[in-house]
Design a protein around this ligand. Structure first.
Ligand code: INI
Length: 170
């Protein structure tokens, strides 16, 4: 009787990151001021998760930008600086009565993804895109958890994975 781990062992090696930040890992948080009452909760969640997962608080840099639209540019700049091992993007786009939401939400998602791919630095996506303020509140530390915290844990895992991939020569 084989379990799934034996199957992996037969198939080859398996690599994954740990949920512990490697010593000296440098993180940036890029957070919008727009919808501040939501985003502050995401920042609190991200800072708490980073430190509980082993990041050193003095190696975490918080950069504030006006709104979601500005998030990708600053993520890209920080990623290209070579001074961060991972970045956490935090903002909240909440649907209104005009198509504005769609433009902002689409561009922040595309922009953050392309900044990560172009730089090779992981940028986790803690950007809420919700139909209502209630949905945003649910995801900022209440009913549906805290997406800032989730994004920070993903950033820690990606830094650990990058280090293990390097050790494996990948
Ligand atoms: N920015 C947000 O982060 N969330 C929003 O919901 C939002 N809406 O709906 O307008 C928003 N707009 C501002 C935008 O991100 C820019 O800061 C602004 O357009 C200046 O470039």
């Amino acid at each position: 009787m084989t379990d799934i781990h034996d199957d992996y062992a037969q198939a080859g090696r398996q690599l994954e990151g740990a949920l512990v930040a490697p010593q000296g890992a440098r993180f940036a948080i890029v957070a919008s001021r727009f919808n501040n009452f939501i985003v502050e909760r995401l920042i609190d969640g991200a800072l708490d998760a980073l430190t509980r997962h082993g990041a050193q608080r003095e190696l975490v840099t918080l950069v504030r930008v006006p709104g979601s639209w500005e998030v990708p540019l600053v993520c890209s700049r920080l990623a290209r600086s070579g001074k961060f091992d991972a970045i956490v993007a935090l903002s909240a786009v909440i649907r209104g009565t005009t198509p504005h939401f769609d433009y902002v939400a689409t561009e922040v998602a595309k922009g953050v993804a392309s900044a990560a791919l172009a730089s090779g630095v992981p940028i986790s996506f803690g950007v809420l895109t919700t139909d209502s303020i209630e949905q945003a509140i649910d995801r900022a530390g209440t009913k549906s958890g805290n997406k800032g915290s989730d994004a920070a844990v993903a950033a820690v895992e990606m830094v650990s994975l990058a280090s293990r991939l390097s050790e494996a020569g990948l």
